[in-house]
Design a protein. Structure first.
Lengths: 565, 440, 137
């Protein structure tokens, strides 16, 4: 009968307005229910925090560039190993953990859903193979469209409906969840070793601008009724002062939002949140960006927080990665993908003493603290770009405790400290707000109706943390908060206990979420026949060998929606 | 799936070399392959002959002879050998599917062995170079569309990857390069190969001279003076000309083969080639790509990397992944004599390893899982015949540039044969029981 | 009777893939096709002449690892003098050293070798060759 009762915890379920009250969570057959019988298994959560399982909206955990990063950096793995046990697989960390290790480490943090945010269409199969070897968590991926030839050609011609049908076809073929856009147009320019500047620059050979690509795909997203908005890594990542591009990108689709509902998600805003025209005078554009986000409800964002550590940067923005190689002198992988996108990987160490890194660290936190609505800003590190995901508890402490921030501020480059507004910011996140920016808000932004909350009908994905919110003051006792969040007392996945006291006890295979947006048969047939022609001309694989079958996923979870076209 | 009447199956993925051409048309009738169109001669040979010489029953050595055995007996014997070994080697993996590699790594964890794939005697040094420098590369279609300069260095695709030039490089049609006229092809090799005969320029290099020539090119690209008149058998003017060609192209690429990895310098040759291409990116767009030989050696590396963190030569004897090529690589493990059992999957080490290595292999119990009799089967304790990936069984494979393609069967296998994935999982199930018993 | 000087050739040995080797491989390791395409050594025609033999006659290749007798052939892909080529396979492996110099990779190209005529010596077929590996022969 599979009944479980989580007794007497301090529940944080912001979506349902529960903010730390003592309550019981009843679970049957993997779902939250009203109540269970006396035969239910009991987890005594007295004195502990109970939250929905974490939902990570943006983390590079699987796929060709992630694996290229693993291959690039054997030194990253050597000091961080996981032993094989009777129930867990061997593996390695550190900034780019192996897949089994990734699943286990997320579960230990109390996370139960993770999205891989940048999947080349041509290499989606690789992403899914790795996701299938990532245990416990539910997952999905965001295929890349912002530099795709067919997308740019359709949009250039104003053929929105055809573009929509094409995107729907590709999402089905790649088992993708959302439209991802990275440096729109810029990665195609990088295909020739070139760069675009700003949103109005025309893509060589395609005669379309980044603004037009973003607007076009935003419209397509709406036509397809996709559960998430377009997910955008803006242009000008390599530009020193790039915050304005972020604001311009947000503003470029303002008119496409009806009743101020989000139509665009800007990811890892920290990386494109800088002011200044030279590296030695770089500053934080967080106040300006936060101001815009506060005034405009059509935008959501995630932090992309920097942590001072030796990590690995990886992004589809190949041109940016070349520049990072030039700046740092570190080893550099580049991998352009025909017709579609690119990728680049460079190891990088963020240093407290480095002026720019210290400013970057400040920008991420300022963004989260200055954006008023926690439902529209989410905690991420753009793992592993800003730092690896096991550092999340540390970041949560910075958000919850001014004292924790001051301690770190005292150690960073002093000129950066003086430049930032961060020292003067009082705000401290509550547990409820943390629940929003790490699970309720992200699930909401992703359109996952059964995740991120503990109301009846929700998936029984629950995190129990051994910390009593009535007995401790997170502002003062942030170390206790960090300790509790690092090792969940219990992580429950679909009603099954998978983590107990920070140790893995069970390793089910999570679901892979993907979207099937149904367009009209005529339109689909028309676009498919157009695609046959372009496939034959553009690709080095046959169209019939391209699309993934449902059976290729170990645990396929199709989200069906009906498109407007 | 049984195809009785004559049918042409389109878009079949060839499982010979790393080009993994996927436009084969295979005609089958009555579960037999009759003919193949669009493939190269190697591909045709494989499809027409895959059924010619195979075992149809497992074999287990008894009283010094390999004798027919039941599947269960073979599984038991294999599990015993591996579970009782202190330091087994699990080798091969490049000529089968990713699913098999995934099962193999799990088995290696349970038996505390070293899992290594054929990269170790092929492009292993390439990976060692990549660890130090990185790699500037792309998928093959990028070259097809954009490249106006194609260099094959220490690689002879006419023999090793027959359709490579036609599908992806100098003779392909790209969006921005419509024909051969828009491209220049250069071949660098120790002899005038059949590939060199197709080139616009052939540069003959002395054997083991790649490192110096690459260094000279790096210097020339930077505008430094070459102090010697001849380097590695190549006149300085010619080197300067090649440097100029590279720097002034719009989009260049170097494809390199085992001429770099197998000669003196090994990974240092690759290191300097990767560095040369990286340097070139300051001047123009330039890429480099290793010519992966077997049809799924790239997949074996990728699977190994995502499951363990390391692309080959993974030692799991301590319960966690350890990587130290030169120490944990198959050849060294065998020659040291530490290894006390071996599982060989879809590979023929006795045919591919130096004889001293094979001699060590012959001294230990070997389990071979392969569709066909090989030079390794006569020295084996257990032999499992398997279905042929890409012809009788499907499975995911990775092209040389890392593009994942799903192969599908075109005919049914002979009755009673198992896929290597099934065999590995059955052996693992039995090993788990034995290990549990050992601990009790 | 005086000592007869046996002509020998100092050469650099390169091993590699060939279409014939690939074709033979898929027909079967124990097939006639494989044997014919792999148990060979390609030489520059001048070098062959200097050994006093014609193409098709047997030659012995010796390196510091050992020696193997294979059939000679004219280099189909113009080897210069002093360069000999053998396809990948068990025959060339008889003379390839196992030393990897800490890289995992043996030297399979660019090895110092000596070539002598061996018309009165027999080629080993694959089964016999394997018995050399196991020490039974």
């Amino acid at each position: 009968m599979n009944e479980l009762l989580i007794l007497n915890g301090y529940v944080y379920d912001p979506l349902n307005g529960i903010e730390g009250e003592r309550a019981d969570i009843s679970i049957r057959d993997g779902k939250v229910v009203e109540s269970v019988g006396t035969g239910a298994k009991i987890i005594d959560a007295s004195g502990m925090i109970v939250m929905p399982g974490g939902v990570d909206i943006h983390s590079h955990i699987a796929g060709s560039k992630v694996n290229a990063g693993r291959i690039l950096r054997p030194e990253d793995h050597e000091k961080d190993v996981e032993r094989h046990t009777a129930i867990t697989r061997a593996g390695t960390g550190h900034s780019i953990p192996s897949t089994f290790t990734t699943g286990y480490r997320y579960a230990k943090l109390g996370y139960t859903t993770v999205f891989e945010p940048a999947t080349p269409l041509l290499k989606a199969r690789h992403t899914h193979e790795e996701l299938d070897d990532t245990p416990i968590v539910d997952k999905g991926c965001f295929p890349l469209f912002g530099n795709d030839w067919r997308t740019m050609e359709y949009l250039r011609q104003g053929q929105l409906e055809e573009c929509a049908a094409y995107v729907a076809w590709m999402l089905r073929a790649t088992k993708g969840y959302a439209i991802k856009i990275v440096n729109p147009g810029g990665v195609e320019a990088w295909g020739w070793g070139r760069y675009l500047v700003g949103l109005e620059d025309r893509v060589p050979n395609f005669d379309i601008t980044p603004r037009e690509i973003v607007r076009g795909l935003c419209k397509v997203n709406k036509m397809l009724h996709l559960p998430h908005t377009i997910h955008v890594h803006t242009n000008d990542l390599a530009k020193i002062g790039n915050y304005q591009t972020t604001i311009d990108t947000m503003d470029s689709v303002r008119d496409l939002s009806s009743d101020s509902k989000p139509v665009i998600h800007i990811t890892h805003v920290q990386f494109t949140g800088r002011t200044g025209s030279a590296w030695h005078s770089v500053g934080s554009g967080a106040p300006e960006i936060a101001d815009y986000v506060n005034k405009h409800g059509h935008v959501t964002a995630d932090m992309g927080q920097v942590v001072f550590m030796n990590t690995t940067t990886m992004t589809a923005d190949g041109g940016f990665q070349y520049m990072l190689y030039q700046l740092s002198g570190n080893k550099w992988m580049n991998f352009d993908v025909e017709v579609e996108t690119g990728a680049g990987i460079v190891p990088y160490r963020y240093r407290r003493n480095n002026y720019v890194n210290a400013v970057q660290w400040g920008i991420g936190l300022e963004l989260a603290l200055l954006i008023k609505d926690p439902w529209r800003v989410y905690m991420t590190t753009d793992h592993p770009n800003g730092g690896d995901f096991t550092k999340y508890p540390k970041i949560i402490c910075w958000l919850m405790s001014r004292k924790a921030r001051e301690k770190s501020l005292a150690r960073i480059n002093s000129i950066a400290r003086n430049k930032l507004d961060l020292p003067d910011i009082d705000r401290e996140y509550s547990f409820s707000e943390i629940a929003v920016v790490t699970r309720a808000g992200t699930a909401n932004a992703l359109g996952l109706k059964e995740k991120g909350h503990l109301g009846v009908g929700a998936d029984a994905d629950v995190a129990v943390y051994n910390i009593n919110p009535t007995k401790i003051d997170p502002s003062r006792d942030y170390r206790l908060v960090r300790r509790a969040l690092k090792k969940a007392a219990f992580t429950i996945k679909d009603g099954r206990t998978v983590v107990k006291n920070g140790e893995i006890v069970e390793t089910p295979i999570g679901r892979t979420y993907w979207v099937d947006s149904a367009v009209s048969e005529d339109l689909n047939a028309k676009v498919e026949s157009q695609m046959r022609k372009t496939f034959a001309q553009y690709y080095t694989v046959q169209m019939d060998n391209y699309a993934m079958a449902d059976s290729e996923l170990a645990n396929s979870n199709r989200i069906k929606v009906k498109a407007e076209v | 799936m049984t195809i009785l009447s004559k049918t042409i199956i389109p878009n079949v993925i060839c499982t010979f070399c790393g080009s993994t051409c996927d436009d084969l048309q295979v005609t089958v009738e009555d579960e037999k392959v009759l003919s193949v169109r669009s493939g190269c001669s190697s591909s045709l040979s494989k499809y027409l002959n895959y059924n010619a010489d195979r075992y149809l029953s497992p074999l287990v050595r008894k009283d010094g002879e390999l004798r027919d055995a039941t599947y269960d007996d073979a599984v038991c014997r294999s599990a015993e050998i591996l579970a009782n070994a202190k330091y087994p080697l699990l080798y091969g993996w490049s000529s089968t599917s990713n699913e098999a590699s995934r099962a193999g790594i799990e088995l290696a964890e349970w038996v505390g062995g070293v899992i290594d794939n054929t990269t170790t005697v092929c492009h292993g040094p390439t990976l060692l170079g990549v660890h130090d420098i990185g790699e500037v590369s792309a998928s093959l279609g990028e070259i097809m569309h954009r490249a106006d300069l194609v260099v094959y260095w220490g690689s002879n695709p006419v023999h090793s990857h027959p359709h490579h030039i036609m599908r992806y490089t100098s003779m392909s049609t790209g969006r921005f390069r419509l024909s051969k006229k828009n491209r220049t092809m250069v071949v660098v090799d120790v002899r005038r190969t059949d590939t060199a005969k197709l080139a616009d320029q052939f540069i003959q290099i002395t054997p083991n001279g790649d490192y110096e020539l690459m260094c000279a090119l790096r210097m020339a690209i930077r505008g430094d003076e070459l102090e010697q008149d001849v380097i590695s058998g190549v006149p300085a003017e010619k080197i300067e000309e090649l440097a100029e060609l590279m720097v002034s192209c719009q989009f260049g690429v170097i494809f390199f083969g085992l001429g770099l990895t197998m000669t003196q310098g090994r990974h240092r040759n690759v290191d300097v080639a990767l560095s040369l291409v990286r340097d070139l990116n300051a001047r123009t767009k330039f890429l480099i790509m290793p010519m992966r030989g077997h049809f799924n050696v790239a997949g074996a590396n990728e699977v190994s990397a995502w499951v363990t963190g390391f692309p080959y030569a993974v030692d799991l004897s301590q319960g966690y992944p350890r990587y130290n090529p030169g120490d944990t690589t198959a050849v060294d493990v065998l020659v040291r004599g530490d290894c006390d059992a071996a599982l060989v999957v879809a590979s023929d080490p006795v045919a591919s390893f130096p004889i001293e290595v094979s001699r060590h292999l012959a001294k230990i119990p070997v389990i071979t899982i392969d569709p066909h009799p090989s030079a390794t089967t006569p020295i084996s304790e257990v032999v499992f015949p398997t279905t042929v990936v890409g012809i009788e069984t499907g499975g995911c494979i990775y092209r040389m540039d890392g593009v994942a393609i799903m192969t599908r069967p075109v005919v049914s296998p002979p009755p009673g044969l198992h896929s290597d994935v099934e065999i590995l999982r059955d052996i693992l199930a039995h090993v788990k029981k034995l290990k549990a018993g050992q601990q009790a | 009777m005086g000592a007869v000087e046996i002509p020998s050739l100092k050469a650099t040995l390169v091993s590699g893939r060939t279409l014939g080797q690939g074709r033979g491989k898929v027909i079967g390791k124990f097939s006639e096709e494989y044997f014919r395409n792999v148990a060979i050594c390609e030489l520059n025609p001048e070098d062959l002449k200097s050994l006093g033999i014609s193409p098709g006659q047997n030659v012995k290749i010796t390196t510091k690892t050992g020696s193997v007798v294979v059939k000679s052939a004219i280099a189909s892909q113009a080897s210069q003098r002093g360069l000999i080529f053998m396809p990948y396979g068990p025959w060339v492996n008889m003379v390839i050293p196992s030393e990897t110099y800490g890289t995992g990779m043996p030297s399979m190209k660019g090895i110092e070798a000596e070539v002598t005529a061996a018309s009165d010596e027999k080629l080993l077929d694959l089964r016999t060759l394997v018995r050399h590996v196991t020490g039974e022969a």
